[in-house]
Design a protein around this ligand. Structure first.
Ligand SMILES: [Zn+2]
Length: 151
């Protein structure tokens, strides 16, 4: 099912970090805002077989050559948590490692907290408020972004 391309591999950048995806990576963060309540975010418990397995993060993966970060994030999310409802991309943030490798966080709004599945590289999924995230073990890079961006 998962077609392997040259860009979907580990790569070592000039700072000697090991990164997944020669053309960078991208992930999709869904947000649901109820009319009279706190907004919540869809997170994925990363399976043991992937980098920082056992931590919570967002579905995502390697960007293929010629693919936009948004398209890559969508493709990876569908592969990992199943079909997605319509959504609106609100912002795209970039995390840069300091030597040119980038991970794009695509933030999108949905109209309801849709059920997500554990299809691939996913041990669990759940909707969490920002406050609840404080009690989760988050992927370290995602944690940095959350602390900086979600207030
Ligand atoms: Zn790097």
């Amino acid at each position: 099912m998962r077609e392997k391309r040259v860009t979907e591999r580990w790569t070592i950048c000039e700072k000697d970090h090991v990164h997944w995806g020669a053309a960078g990576g991208a992930g999709l963060l869904f947000r649901y805002t109820p009319e009279d309540g706190e907004e919540s975010y869809l997170l994925q418990l990363r399976s043991r077989s992937v980098d920082q397995g056992g931590t919570w993060g967002i579905p995502g993966g390697a960007i293929r050559e010629g693919e936009s970060p948004e398209a890559a994030a969508r493709r990876e999310a569908e592969e990992e948590i199943g079909p997605l409802p319509p959504y609106r991309v609100m912002r795209i943030d970039t995390q840069e490692c300091g030597a040119g490798w980038r991970f794009y966080i695509v933030s999108a709004d949905v109209d309801y907290p849709f059920p997500a599945f554990c299809v691939h590289e996913t041990d669990a999924t759940g909707w969490f408020t920002r406050k609840e995230m404080n009690n989760l073990r988050l992927h370290s890079e995602f944690r940095k972004w959350v602390d900086k961006t979600l207030t």
